[in-house]
Design a protein around this ligand. Structure first.
Ligand SMILES: Cc1cc2nc3c(=O)[nH]c(=O)nc-3n(C[C@H](O)[C@H](O)[C@H](O)COP(=O)(O)O)c2cc1C
Length: 208
């Protein structure tokens, strides 16, 4: 099988927030899809290990923010490479709260959706949620970020928990961050090195 065929698929990029017991979580996904118009329904695949998957399962609600091309990479680092179990992500970005009490982004986004879970399927590494859209709103005129734009223009990485992750064979020697895939080029990794993408310490790096 030529797995690079999967790179020919097109996606957008989204932040999926949820709120569980007063604690907000949220993660970047590329797997939000509209499945029907009447009724308005979407699906999203969220890795079982993500704090956000747990929060959606517990509460039955999530939001979706469509990311735009001008979204700061820091926002993607925060929501796509760190876990809400360790960091209060919404303390670092402007947000508003929807009718389900779920926060959604106000910057670096052009639309938001409020979603109520109808069904959840265990599809292996991920949970696939089918949800009814109970409210949605256009928030700006910026271009929606495509997955291709994220990779080719923003030079973004994809972590192992993303549905579309593929382990690449590095063309260089050095050290790879096992959390986000960032490559440090060089024989010796400084012991106090901190990954510039996901902010993890040198101990999570592996020699390549
Ligand atoms: C470009 C990109 C695409 C991603 N796509 C998905 C996805 O479709 N599903 C998913 O579960 N995680 C995806 N992730 C990974 C999560 O965003 C990441 O594991 C996050 O740190 C989980 O945060 P949480 O533990 O606070 O929920 C993606 C990350 C990036 C950067």
């Amino acid at each position: 099988m030529d797995l690079t065929a999967f790179f020919k698929l097109n996606y957008g990029l989204y932040v999926i927030p949820a709120m569980d017991g007063g604690r907000a979580s949220g993660c970047v996904v590329n797997t939000l899809v509209q499945v029907t118009a009447e009724p308005a329904r979407v699906t999203v695949a969220v890795n079982k290990e993500n704090a956000t998957a747990q929060a959606i399962q517990n509460t039955g609600f999530f939001a979706a923010s469509v990311l735009t091309e001008d979204v700061p990479m820091d926002v993607i680092s925060l929501f796509g490479f760190r876990t809400s179990r360790e960091v209060d992500k919404f303390s670092e970005v402007p947000y508003q709260i929807d009718d389900h009490g779920v926060p959604y982004l106000c910057e670096g986004t052009n639309a938001r959706f409020a979603c109520k879970v109808l069904e959840c399927w265990d599809v292996g590494t991920h949970l696939l949620f089918l949800a009814e859209v109970t409210d949605c709103e256009v928030l700006g005129t910026g271009h929606s970020m495509s997955y291709a734009y994220y990779h080719t223009v923003k030079k973004g990485l994809t972590p192992p928990k993303a549905s579309s992750y593929q382990k690449s064979t590095p063309k260089t020697t050095g050290w790879r961050c096992t959390i986000c895939g960032y490559i440090y080029e060089g024989e010796e990794l400084p012991p106090d090195f901190v990954c510039p993408v996901c902010k993890q310490p040198a101990s999570v790096f592996e020699k390549i």
